[in-house]
Write a protein that binds this ligand. Structure first.
Ligand code: SF4
Length: 463
């Protein structure tokens, strides 16, 4: 991994005060983790910590980890190694490990990184302030803190959420935790527990508060977000009904959601996306493989034809919709022919974009111990071919959008070029345009003038 600080930085002067001090959170993984990190930040600020972007000087460093692939786990252990050096120089530094890796590998973290002060599972974020207080006390007694490792346990409680939020233009709102699908490559049901939905009234209240504070767009989070609403105390609430409820929240202009599960993507939801004014016309639906046998061994509950039929219905209902997907190449046993079926599906369905990965065996998942693993070199080669194909498709699609108009929610200056504004269209296309900074937070209409792999450049025609 890239080193986050240089060795000579380790010798810089210690911070003056450790009363409550500053915190730094390093986050890996999905949007659920990003949202969890935001919750952690709120809890820490409640007990008097302030955020810093400087890991080296922070009094408290939290690593919010991801176990979905091996790479982020390696990065977390690598950073823990660097933090050991920092803590040797500055023993008052507190280090906590949270997230999916903490949930399933607490024992290993304790062994490999004894300098860690506490480890927190995925449903225990609200316990962080208490653990930090204990860590501050414990320093006197040189003890270490840990929550018991919950490997194999099914997490069933819904994480407690902090009620206050920072004022943000766009915010993530978890509506569902865990997953019951147990795809053979996926660690999420182990790290996040069984599927459970947040009560509808809580979600509506949270979104109402966010909108009152200035949030204009929310992204609803769930591992299989469109199966939201089962087994609620208030009775079943279909996902599409929740969208209509949130559409009535004053001040809220846009609603996104991720990620839906294909089998549960039904006509009522498609019509809601078309008809509900604030729901964005973007669908991110993971295909994972374009081969039926691979899908079966992944334990995905759809076929290539049933998936394609959903895409066709979505496009027939909303011709301008943006559709993106996730693909895994090199799943155990995937043959050249089966990979060719994935290429063929990608060429046929022509997604606007895709997150593409080589299969990474995860301990405690079924597929990890299968003997028919695909060699790394083959996986890498297939991934390169797939990325090349998708890039070509994305370029072609974006080129075909030149001259079209889009509604953009202006987020502020572009990260790549501070002289231009950036925002996403309702179809989730990144758009750059020139305009005054005061447009931040506003919806503007933009005509596309240039196409790129990352999105579009355009000119504002109305605001
Ligand atoms: S649906 Fe499958 S891939 Fe998605 S979270 Fe559940 S088990 Fe993992």
């Amino acid at each position: 991994m890239a080193t986050l600080f240089r060795p000579n930085q380790l010798t810089q002067p210690r911070p003056q005060s450790i009363q409550r001090g500053t915190y730094f959170i390093q986050t890996w993984g999905c949007q659920m983790n990003e949202e969890d990190s935001e919750q952690m930040a709120l809890y820490l600020e409640q007990i008097g910590f302030t955020r810093t972007q400087d890991l080296v000087s922070a009094h408290l460093v939290l690593l919010n980890t991801c176990s979905v692939r091996k790479k982020p786990e390696d990065k977390a252990f690598s950073l823990l190694g660097e933090l050991a050096l920092l803590k040797r120089d500055r023993p008052e530094l507190m280090i906590g490990v949270c997230g999916c890796m903490a949930q399933i590998r607490a024992k290993e973290i304790r062994q490999r990184a004894p300098h860690v002060d506490f480890v927190v599972g995925t449903a225990q974020i609200s316990e962080i302030p208490g653990l930090v207080e204990q860590a501050l006390q414990a320093r006197k007694f040189s003890t270490r803190l840990d929550l018991p490792e919950r490997k194999g346990a099914v997490v069933t409680d819904i994480p407690t959420r902090h009620v206050g939020r920072h004022s943000k233009l766009k915010a993530f709102v978890p509506i569902q935790y865990g997953c019951d699908k147990f795809c053979t490559f996926c660690i999420v049901p182990t790290t996040r527990g069984r599927e459970r939905s947040r009560p509808t009234h809580e979600i509506v209240e949270e979104v109402t508060k966010l909108a009152a504070q200035g949030t204009r767009e929310v992204t609803l989070l769930g591992q299989t977000v469109n199966s939201y609403g089962k087994n609620l105390a208030e009775g079943n609430v279909p996902f599409s009904e929740l969208l209509w409820m949130l559409d009535k929240v004053p001040g809220l202009q846009r609603i996104r959601y991720t990620s839906p599960y294909p089998r549960d993507f039904r006509t009522d939801l498609i019509q809601t996306i078309r008809d509900c004014p604030s729901v964005m016309e973007h669908v991110h639906m993971p295909l994972q493989s374009g081969d039926d046998e691979v899908l079966r061994s992944m334990k995905r509950l759809y076929t290539r034809d049933s998936f394609a039929a959903i895409i066709e219905e979505i496009r027939a209902t909303m011709p301008d919709v943006g559709i993106t997907t996730d693909i895994i190449v090199g799943f155990p046993g995937e043959t050249d022919e089966q990979f060719a079926n994935t290429l063929e599906m990608m060429a046929r369905l022509r997604f606007d974009g895709a997150y593409m990965f080589a299969y990474s065996p995860r301990p405690d998942t079924k597929a990890a111990v299968w003997e028919n693993q695909v060699p790394e070199a083959v996986k890498k080669h297939r991934l390169q071919r797939l990325i090349a194909l998708q890039n070509q498709i994305t370029q072609q699609i974006n080129h075909g959008l030149i001259g079209k108009e889009f509604e953009i929610l202006v987020e502020g200056p572009s990260h790549k070029n501070r002289d231009v504004l950036q925002g996403y269209s309702r179809e989730f296309r990144m758009v750059h345009c020139v305009g005054p900074q005061e447009l931040r937070g506003q919806l503007v209409r933009v005509r596309a003038t240039e196409a790129h792999l990352w999105g579009l450049t355009g000119e504002i025609i109305e605001n």
